[in-house]
Design a protein around this ligand. Structure first.
Ligand code: M6R
Length: 366
């Protein structure tokens, strides 16, 4: 079942190009300039009339929700709030009947997410599910939804579920943006065409595997690790840190790069590896100056950069390249090296990668 891979996690990392192709198959018609998603088409008015979108999820799915917040607001100009399902459900939250709630869950069985859905339904909101497991409890409880079609994810550490969730959410955002007219035709077509190239670009990103393994070897004995990113890649930093924690048991934290000077910078010394997502988009110059600040305190930099980058290469201890793409789609590529980095570190430390201690694949109790 693992084919030639040592672990399900590695197999699932490598499955991402085909998983994402499955996610957009029949939905993304780039040449025609159409995105077809029955669950959205059938409820288009609810989406278009929504004053805001509330996203509820846990763990990695919550990180996908955070990426979606940036994408929805940027493309579709709809305000988005992203909530931990466990906090939302117990907070006496304000939910209006014209809210659209998107629940994201790989397993479709997460207890807290399910409880948040039930609460939102009681208050009259329209609830849309983004699940991987077909026929799961959450997919049945929601009013409508879109499956990620990632195929079974066995490794406890979520990988292909994350990138396919982002893909589905991007398709929805683009579809709404088109319907609302908040995106120009040129931009819309460019996004569709670029989204189609992502699987191929992930293949290219995966070619860095041997290099990433060498980097992993250098940092496997670290006690702590910091992950920094900005904008669309801030949630990717959180996800990178979660991946390292859960399978290697190394303490890791993700931060928006600019928050570093509000506290975490105090942690930096020659023992501290800092993974910085510094693609040549968005706030690149600012991230480069963060890198300079870290270097002047002897921190070790692992930069995730756009291919051909030279500025970060000059400063960083290691760089891992990913292909260029439009900014909103970079999370689909920057995630890949972070998954591989955690994977190799965990394997080198002899940890049980597919079934880390204390964790379950679906958290069906609160
Ligand atoms: O099945 P779900 O997407 O609802 O699961 C949510 C979290 O339990 C899950 O993402 C968890 O954080 C993973 N172990 C992360 O790799």
């Amino acid at each position: 079942e693992k084919n030639n891979f040592d672990h399900f996690m590695l197999k699932e990392i490598y499955e991402q190009p085909s998983a994402i192709t499955d996610t957009y198959r029949g939905r993304l018609l780039a040449d025609e300039g159409i995105i077809r998603m029955a669950g959205v088409d059938d409820n288009l008015e609810r989406f278009l009339n929504a004053k805001r979108i509330l996203i509820v999820a846990c763990g990695t799915s919550w990180h996908a929700g955070l990426v979606a917040e940036y994408i929805f607001e940027d493309l579709a100009r709809i305000p988005v709030e992203v909530e931990y399902a466990s906090e939302f459900r117990y907070r006496n939250p304000i939910i209006n009947s014209d809210d659209v709630v998107i629940a994201i869950s790989q397993s479709g069985e997460t207890a807290d997410t399910m409880a948040a859905i039930k609460l939102a339904k009681e208050k009259g909101a329209f609830v849309f599910g983004v699940c991987n497991v077909v026929g799961s409890s959450i997919s049945r409880e929601t009013h409508a939804g879109a499956y990620t079609h990632a195929g079974p994810e066995i490794g406890v550490a979520s990988t292909k579920a994350f990138t396919t969730q982002i893909t589905v959410l991007t398709l929805i955002a683009l579809k709404l943006a088109k319907a609302k007219g908040s995106i120009s035709n040129t931009d819309f077509h460019m996004h569709l065409q670029e989204l189609e190239t992502i699987p191929q670009k992930i293949e290219v990103a995966l070619e860095s595997n041997a290099h990433i393994k060498e980097v992993a070897f250098k940092y496997k004995d670290a006690r702590n690790c910091l992950y920094l990113g900005r904008g669309f890649n801030f949630p990717v930093a959180l996800e990178g840190a979660l991946k390292l924690k859960e399978i290697s048991y190394i303490h890791a934290e993700g931060y928006p790069a600019a928050e570093m000077k509000h506290g975490p910078i105090a942690l930096i010394d020659e023992e501290m590896p800092v993974v910085v997502i510094a693609t040549r988009k968005g706030h690149y110059e600012k991230v480069v100056s963060n890198i300079q600040e870290i270097k002047s305190r002897q921190g070790k930099i692992i930069g995730i950069v756009t291919e051909g980058d030279t500025s970060v290469r000059d400063l960083a201890d290691h760089v891992i390249e990913i292909p260029d793409t439009i900014e909103s789609l970079t999370p689909l590529l920057t995630t890949i090296p972070l998954q591989l980095l955690s994977y190799h570190i965990a394997v080198m430390l002899g940890k049980n990668v597919d079934q880390p201690r204390n964790l379950a694949k679906s958290v069906t109790v609160e």
